[in-house]
Design a protein around this ligand. Structure first.
Ligand code: CDP
Length: 244
């Protein structure tokens, strides 16, 4: 954020964005529930050019034991980017960014997962970013919710996520990598549509109070679209002919 490529045209005179989308048009989203034989639950998502795989394991014994809680289960999340997932090879060691995103996703999922039903256990969520193109935390959070549901973990709701933002002084839905790098603001939002609760809200950039409210509204409406695709992915696996 902050106009590193300020000369780039992010919106043309017809209101079309750099990838041809309109202001409130999300990228193509495809979600598949299941797919990993050795995981208790899994999901794969393509969110524009982001490609992310999630495996869920548990509830299972906690190692090391002192991390367990006698009153509740614990959720552990590891967000990891493959070295080849970005243009410039990423060091395979966990970066500060990956540690932060793991924490953010964990805290965004916790209100949705009924961990109190599994005291002394852990549910582990492994997120592998195979290809990144802006908005990986939202895509990963969306897929992780589906993978948790696929694992049969009792949930209050699923968390759907997408980013709102601002480019060329205009509020937009679903910020891609160019818009993230050269735009004015990026606001990832995670939302539980049934409970009408936001579980993730970050903001990188500067917005007026009116733009802030508009971004939240646009983001929440976008999450509702994503939610339909999450439900479709689970329906396709459990009631459709996907063959998993
Ligand atoms: O992915 P997300 O937007 O949630 O997080 P970010 O930290 O704002 O990163 C934005 C984008 O920068 C990522 O989605 C990647 O496409 C890109 N990136 C990169 O090219 N190299 C990295 N080491 C990290 C991120």
């Amino acid at each position: 954020m902050g106009g590193r490529e300020a000369t780039m045209v992010l919106m043309d005179e017809n209101g079309k964005r750099c990838d041809g989308r309109t202001v409130d048009e999300p990228r193509r989203i495809m979600i598949k529930a299941g797919g990993l034989k050795n995981a208790d639950g899994s999901a794969y998502i393509e969110f524009g050019d982001n490609k992310i795989l999630v495996g869920v394991f548990g509830p299972r014994d906690v190692h090391p034991k002192h991390m367990s809680n006698t009153d509740t289960g614990i959720l552990r999340v590891r967000y990891h980017m493959e070295p080849f997932s970005v243009g410039e090879r990423k060091n395979p060691a966990p970066s500060r960014r990956e540690i932060e995103i793991s924490k953010v996703i964990k805290e965004a999922l916790e209100p949705a997962v009924m961990l109190d039903k599994f005291p002394r256990t852990a549910v582990d969520v492994f997120i592998e970013v195979l290809q990144a193109d802006g908005g990986t935390r939202c895509a990963a959070l969306t897929a992780a919710s589906v993978a948790l549901a696929d694992a049969g973990i009792p949930m209050r709701d699923m968390v759907a996520a997408i980013a709102a933002g601002k480019v060329a002084d205009t509020v937009i839905l679903d910020v891609n990598n160019e818009e993230d790098q050269a735009g004015q603001a990026d606001m990832p939002i995670g939302y539980m549509p049934n409970l009408e609760k936001i579980t993730l809200l970050q903001l990188d950039g500067v917005l007026t109070p009116e733009e802030y409210k508009k971004c939240v509204q646009v983001g929440v409406d976008g999450c509702k679209l994503v939610y339909e695709l999450q439900k479709k992915a689970l329906n396709d696996k459990y009631f459709g002919n996907s063959g998993d």
